[in-house]
Design a binder for this molecule. Structure first.
Ligand SMILES: Nc1ncnc2c1ncn2[C@@H]1O[C@H](COP(=O)(O)OP(=O)(O)OP(=O)(O)O)[C@@H](O)[C@H]1O
Length: 711
């Protein structure tokens, strides 16, 4: 046993060591900050922000925009009067990791001067002055504080991604910025019947004018500085939208990235990616690899293939650590990709486009880009929102290659020939032009914006899409005859879910089956609960049968959730929480259930249950009597009803489309007369997924606005 004296000197040494490490790290960070291209223009940028209400900043990936500009502004006095610098990101993972990095650069604990807020997670405090957040979160904040009055500067980062939230946010910020630059102290207060919901825009004398002016009489608002940041060269569109706002370019990138192309187009990009992973591992020097794939299924299949092939390599070459990252992975799992690989190991990160912008994953030297991405599209004529795999845009390809070369020179392997790159679209079609707008419209209406067609979008969505989405909201009871938000609509807007799911929860509280519906909605919100490996198809089918309900997939999902819950609770009685969770993962494996998806569903479930409680919805259960739940499914998913045809296919009643029950459904063989479904997917034919049997007559009874029977 070491003596006290040696213990004390060890501690002192450790402390000295820690201190020395700390100072060395701080020095390294300071040097790094000074070496970034943006550091040479700090003073000029501060002048530009001072002189302009709206500024557009374009800079190469890695030039230091996201991490440095907020710090420059803070040091330049932009928080002097207690104002906050808010920086929005399209993705949660970027908001979290960049905030962590900036807190470290500032030498402060996360949540103090530097913090972040994402849906259901707020790591800020009253001393936070630099706040990273998702664009969706800032939109929700606008519901409570239409002036966004606590912010002195708002930076919309990665604006070129043009997510629907970014687009809507830009429109709102345009109004807020203009209003605040005029000051709001001398305006009349008309109040608002719903105190928490501010009216942002109102049509007056045929001019879109703002009603923000009418809010909070006498509240002296300071001007808001608005900064739009983008890595690609589409500054023009933003500049025009903001009335010829000034745009500045930050030149230069930190490290070079070598771009390599294939000679021929690849017929199977999954296989090509797999080969490239092993080529890099066997032939290239140290450095981690980041591979861009289109979704969870692709990622998990490559993960399995790499694991299968690794044992075939010589022992000394097996130190390859595969780590996945995709949106539906719980955040603590997502954070694993940011941890260094154990000594001697090479990390291979399999990512969706979640890792495409803003994030810096330490250690990445090689990027593999097959050039594909999965996007949601929207067909307004049928109301279908198929997910399709398409080629990336040039802007996306540049972003992806930009993930290498952040800590040193890097390489990017584009798995297509060079001439293909030049044929790519410059930038991605804005999401607002290719999505179902019902959620956006619900949010805008909740913000008090009633004239959706006249709304000042940066790029107008398709009129047909607006009409269809309004129609959907109307049929769901979210809008009144005069297109105002109804009481139900207000409730729906408070839930962070798709309108149909929100409606399902509200209806369920009336049908006394909210406990069950919360589980169903949580399970529907995640990707693929079941998995069926090709080599174990029969075993996986048998496992599925043990949970399956003759009434359909919704009840089957409910059975899975309950069985897992029961298993976990029993396990907790005899083992620690960690052990019980480990046991649950084993249980999932034995039952061919995707444990990651189940964990995600459990998280969503607790979140939406909290929401329901806060809204005062009645949390009752229908117990063993499943009839109310089935009727409730009909009362909420009635827009997705289909009737069997003589040939065994189905006709979707609202779109008239001919569809088939997906082979993964428990009703694939039974084929009941009338069904409701969760989702329509288009592959070689139209398939409906997550299907339940309903009684046709319920439709006219429960959704007369849609299915009133003719006399
Ligand atoms: N979490 C991190 N860990 C280590 N280094 C980081 C981290 N975040 C940023 N950096 C370093 O700071 C540099 C600048 O990053 P920053 O995100 O500010 O650039 P950017 O111009 O906003 O690029 P992008 O548009 O690609 O996000 C990176 O290239 C990297 O060297």
């Amino acid at each position: 046993m070491p003596s006290m004296a040696s213990n004390a000197s060890e501690t002192a040494n450790q402390l000295n060591g820690t201190k020395a490490d700390f100072f060395a790290r701080r020095q390294k960070i300071e040097q790094h900050r000074k070496s970034l291209p943006i550091a040479t223009v700090e003073k000029r940028l501060l002048e530009e922000v001072s002189n302009n209400g709206v500024l557009i900043i374009v800079g190469e990936t890695g030039s230091g925009k996201t991490t440095q500009l907020p710090q420059y502004l803070f040091n330049g006095g932009f928080c002097r009067n207690g104002g906050i610098i808010g920086i929005t990101q399209p993705r949660r993972v970027a908001a979290v990791t960049v905030a962590k990095r900036v807190a470290e650069e500032c030498g402060v604990a996360l949540g103090q001067k530097v913090g972040y807020a994402i849906r259901f997670e707020d790591v800020t405090s009253s001393s936070t002055r630099i706040k990273y957040m998702t664009d969706g979160l800032l939109l929700r904040e606008a519901l409570l504080d239409p002036y966004l009055s606590k912010y002195s500067v708002i930076i919309v980062d990665e604006a070129h991604e043009r997510t629907v939230h970014t687009d809507v946010l830009l429109s709102l910020l345009k109004t807020v910025q203009k209003t605040r630059s005029q000051g709001a102290s001398d305006v009349v207060h008309y109040g608002h019947p719903k105190a928490e919901i501010g009216t942002l825009l109102e049509k007056e004398n045929d001019v879109q004018s703002t009603n923000i002016l009418k809010h909070n009489r006498g509240k002296k608002l300071s001007p808001l500085k608005l900064i739009i940041m983008s890595a690609s060269l589409d500054a023009q569109i933003f500049s025009e939208y903001f009335g010829g706002a000034r745009a500045v370019h930050v030149q230069g990138r930190q490290y070079p990235v070598d771009i390599l192309y294939t000679h021929q187009p690849e017929t199977d990009y999954i296989d090509a990616a797999l080969i490239t992973i092993f080529q890099i591992h066997l032939e290239q020097g140290p450095g981690d690899v980041l591979v861009f794939l289109t979704g969870q299924e692709e990622i998990e299949s490559i993960e399995r293939l790499v694991q299968e092939r690794l044992p075939k390599l010589p022992e000394s070459k097996r130190k390859l650590l595969v780590i996945p990252i995709f949106a539906s992975l719980p955040s603590e799992k997502q954070m694993k990709v940011f941890m260094p690989a154990p000594v001697g190991f090479r990390k291979v990160i399999l990512a969706t486009n979640i890792a495409e912008t803003s994030v810096t994953i330490p250690g990445i030297k090689y990027v593999i880009d097959p050039g594909m991405v999965k996007v949601r599209t929207y067909d307004a004529s049928t109301g279908i929102e198929p997910l399709i795999i398409v080629k990336t845009s040039k802007a996306q390809a540049l972003q992806r290659s930009g993930r290498a070369g952040r800590e040193g020179p890097g390489k990017c392997y584009r798995l297509y020939p060079e001439n293909e790159f030049y044929k790519l679209k410059d930038s991605t079609t804005p999401e607002i032009k290719r999505c179902n707008l019902s959620n956006v419209i619900l949010q805008l209406k909740a913000l008090g914006i009633d004239d959706i067609v006249g709304f000042d979008f940066i790029e107008e969505p398709d009129r047909m899409a607006i009409i269809k989405s309004m129609e959907l909201l109307f049929l769901l009871g979210a809008l009144t005859d005069s297109s105002k938000l109804s009481e139900v609509g207000h409730q729906m807007a408070r839930l962070p879910l798709d309108p149909i799911y929100s409606k399902a929860l509200i209806v369920a509280s009336q049908f006394n089956c909210l406990e069950e519906m919360l589980i169903v909605v949580a399970m529907l919100s995640v990707e693929s609960i079941f998995y069926a490996p090709r080599e174990k198809l029969e075993e996986s089918r048998t496992a599925l049968r043990s949970f399956s309900s003759p009434e359909g997939d919704h009840l089957t999902l409910l059975n899975v959730y309950r069985a897992s819950d029961e298993f976990l609770e029993k396990s907790k009685l005899v083992s620690s929480k960690e052990k019980a969770e480990k046991n649950l993962r084993k249980w999932c494996k034995e039952n061919f259930i995707n444990s990651r998806s189940l964990k995600h569903a459990r998280d969503i479930h607790s979140q939406i249950r909290r929401n329901a409680e806060q809204m005062g919805l009645r949390l009752t259960s229908c117990g063993d009597d499943i009839l109310p739940l089935r009727r409730c499914l009909a009362a909420s998913f009635f827009l997705n009803a289909a009737l069997k045809q003589p040939d065994g296919s189905y006709r979707a009643l609202s779109s008239g489309l001919m569809v088939q029950i997906h082979p993964s459904s428990v009703l694939f063989r039974t084929k009941p007369e009338c069904i409701i479904f969760d989702e329509l997917v288009r592959t070689n034919q139209n398939y409906v997924r997550n299907v339940s049997r309903i009684d046709f007559l319920w439709l006219a009874e429960l959704a007369p606005q849609c299915y009133a029977l003719q006399e």
